[in-house]
Design a protein around this ligand. Structure first.
Ligand code: 3PG
Length: 405
């Protein structure tokens, strides 16, 4: 990725300037309250740095999507963010009305406001003309009067063309926050600037997401080897001509089987770049782990993990890699009987000298479970959809909007 955007190092003397910081503190909501999580800490350094440099910091964020249960006000997020930033952050229950504009204009140097959930306002989620909205224009004028700026500190929403992500940077000088900058550097290191060989491990329960990444990785030459576990591993084995018996019915029911024709094409044309499971682990009638070679599967087995031969082959590929991307566990790692594949793969990444990139809630959880030393991981991303979009070859509008004009 070409680094043609400005960072906080390029922001000239922010003292007295109104600086909007778009963050992502979208969190799980339990009993009506947002739960603390890494996203608060992730944007804290940028907010603290700007406040310390005397900026008048106005934080923009969303929570949930209209109509969903977790679509709530950001009032309670303010306390969690204050704790992470270690400075009082005042919540304003408005976004671009008279109340918000008055609070912004009265904001003192070094102080911080958090405005209301951007998605409470229809102008945030329009599908075009974001820079022409009242929301973008009122907020941008409030900042422009002070010589202000916009900072994107939310890689994880940068795949969303929304007013707070693309409208404001179209009207104000725009900069990447510290964590966004870190994320972009890591992505560059894992993609166009990657040291070869590059190995991708694709797993988890969302084969559509994996397939998008797989297709792009092999077509663009971004990965030298792709190791397939989890549901995409099973699908790839079927696509390679093995039956997996009744397993196929389950994949049909889940709607995953529709991927098979395209996956078959990738397996046929790019098979040399793929490593498919050669054995699987399933649960016998007593729930005990049993391993069997792929060609010996009868079809009635409930597959919950790759087998130990596949896990060793995966670990061996990782050992020789210079760059590794891990997306999702290769089996049902939550259960002791079926953790082996994911544990061996993660431990291989931990001991390898390769630069590693990982993301997703289950991955973070599995790393915790197996005591993976996070210092041995190149970059642990808290992004979901944005990371998938990027690795699937899409352009991210929030990043495009930061590019130097
Ligand atoms: C996320 O949680 O991945 C981000 O906050 C983006 O949320 P969205 O998918 O609702 O845009």
């Amino acid at each position: 990725m070409e680094k043609n955007f400005n960072t906080l190092d390029d922001l000239p003397a922010p003292e007295g300037k109104i600086v909007f910081v778009r963050v992502d503190i979208n969190s799980p909501i339990k009993d009506g309250a947002p739960q603390p999580g890494p996203r608060f800490a992730e944007c804290a350094a940028t907010i603290r740095e700007l406040a310390k440099r005397g900026a008048r910091v106005v934080v923009l964020a969303h929570q949930g999507r209209p109509g969903d249960e977790d679509f709530t006000s950001l009032e309670a997020h303010a306390a969690l963010l204050s704790k992470a930033v270690k400075k009082k952050i005042k919540f304003v229950p408005d976004l671009y009305g008279a109340f918000a504009l008055a609070a912004i204009s009265k904001l003192k140097n070094g102080k911080i406001l958090l405005l209301e959930n951007t998605r409470f306002y229809a102008e945030e989620t329009l599908d075009k003309d974001w820079e022409k909205t009242l929301m973008a224009n009122r907020l941008a004028s409030a900042a422009a009067a002070s010589g202000g700026a916009f900072v994107n500190e939310a890689f994880s929403v940068s795949h969303r063309p929304q007013t707070s992500v693309v409208g404001l940077p179209a009207l104000l000088p725009a900069f990447a926050g510290r964590s966004l900058e870190r994320e972009l550097n890591a992505l560059q290191k894992a993609t166009i600037g990657a040291e070869r060989p590059v190995v991708y491990v694709l797993g988890g329960g969302k084969p559509d997401d994996c397939f998008k990444i797989l297709k792009h990785a092999v077509a663009s030459g971004g990965a030298d080897k792709v190791l397939l576990g989890g549901v995409i591993g099973e699908l790839a084995v079927i696509a390679s001509g093995k039956s997996l018996g009744a397993k196929r019915d389950w994949l049909e029911e889940k709607g995953f089987a529709k991927l098979l024709p395209e996956l078959k094409r990738v397996v046929d044309e790019q098979g040399h770049k793929l490593l498919l499971p050669t054995d699987f682990a399933f649960a016998d009638a007593d729930g005990i782990r049993v391993e069997v070679r792929t060609e010996e599967l009868k079809g009635s087995e409930k597959i919950f993990d790759i087998g130990s031969k596949t896990a060793s082959a995966f670990a061996d590929e990782i050992k020789h890699a210079k760059t590794v991307y891990f997306k999702g566990p290769v089996g049902r790692y939550e259960e002791t009987a079926f953790e082996l594949g994911t544990r061996l793969v993660l431990k291989a990444i931990e001991s390898s000298k390769a630069f590693s990139l990982m993301g997703g809630g289950n991955t973070l959880d599995a790393c915790e479970k197996f005591g993976v030393n996070k210092k041995r991981i190149g970059h642990l991303s808290t992004s979901g959809g944005a990371l998938l979009a990027f690795l699937g070859g899409e352009t991210l509008p929030g990043i495009e909007a930061l590019k130097k004009k």
